[in-house]
Design a protein around this ligand. Sequence first.
Ligand code: ATP
Length: 462
Amino acid sequence: MKVRTRFAPSPTGLLHIGGVRTALFSWAFAKKHGGQFVLRIEDTDLERSTPESVAAIMDGMHWVGLDYDEGPFYQMQRMDRYKTVIQHLLDSGHAYYCYCSKEELEAQRAEAESRGEKPRYNRAWRPETGKTLPAIPSDITPVVRFKTPMGGSVVWYDQVKGRIEISHDELDDLILARPDGTPTYNFCVVVDDWDMQITHVIRGDDHVNNTPRQIVIYQALDATVPLFAHLPMIHNDQGVKLSKRRDAVSVVDYDKQGILPEALLNYLARLGWGHGDDEIFSLTQFIEWFDLKDVSGSPSRMDRDKLLWTNAQYIKAADPAQLAARVAGFLADKGVSTEGGPALADVCALLKDRCQTLVEMADQAEYFYRALTPTQEIADKHLTPTDEERLKLFAEAAASLATWDAASLGALIKEFVKQQGVKMPQVGMPIRAKVCGITNTPSVDAVLALLGREEVLRRLVA
Ligand SMILES: Nc1ncnc2c1ncn2[C@@H]1O[C@H](COP(=O)(O)OP(=O)(O)OP(=O)(O)O)[C@@H](O)[C@H]1O
């Protein structure tokens, strides 16, 4: 059996990281088993679905690198197929027309509520042997309802939650098609997963209540019931399910925040799944290790500090040239041109151990390309008249340095400190303040070496 999984978002807003984590597990499961991963856009909610949301889903998937083998399939393009299957269910006696009016349903609901019971359709139009159905009213366009089996129960072995059993009596006779003929959610999902030969339905556990309703439809269609894996939800800071209606954090916003997509995926992989104490691992490693049985049953909370820590590990390990390609964009956004300055890859190599995001890296890289004015606080602390005098002397010494590299600059600064009879920070901090405009920089010798003699001397005497 070829493993086939799917991700089936509704295009009713942005793609948030809860959805991406769910997509990641589904994707990894397919990859691990040499199977296929399908993208399906569940766009039947015409009022809320938008082309912008479809684009946001595709952009998000593309940015994190979750490639799909088939799709995107759109439910709105499959209407004829749903109608055919509904007709088949009607013909085979698994579905029936229901002519209940809105008022009748409302009355049934009110009555059930007054008895403290779950609102339930009274199955007046459900055909049974020996039962006489009411006369068809002329003013009602019927819905199509599923004839849910009576007695017995639905059982499935959830790949995450274990055995689940739901009594048939808990399930109403689900509406399959509305009066205008449009099919309903649970029904479309079954037909799609059946047609797309999905073997493992891996989705968020917000869908767990849909599963028994879907399984009975599979059974009526004589279709193979896939395996189900319901993943725990990712919660926001307030401990509630991340949702596109509430939490306006699109996955591509993390790009703008300077998070590397590979770091985000690594972070998400650890949300609800674990492999011992391993925190940092490649996608290849994740695919190899991933197993649904290791998925936790409880929800996880989005932890920004942990994400930043993970991102820092990825930045540290990244190739400086690749970092430079990304940091260049952030510098350009700030209006900083790298032309005429040190190679950005060299700057990134120097900064990569000290930044949690690429935005931070671009901020720190800025002084390599344009002199920054120190804040008043820095100037008061590190650029006093005495400091300025000392900096002039240092500039003279630096001007005659034979070789301009970090080692020679390091030796020069050491010698200068000794000669001035001061401590290292009394020279290092004013140099940073004067040359960089900030004091939080890598080691002074490395910074000066990279900036180049001409630029350093120009800034020292400015
Ligand atoms: N917070 C979450 N954590 C984990 N998975 C989620 C989360 N929210 C949605 N999913 C899963 O992502 C997939 C796509 O979901 P969908 O497009 O319906 O997004 P949604 O955020 O649930 O939308 P809504 O705004 O209706 O809450 C589904 O499998 C769903 O279970």
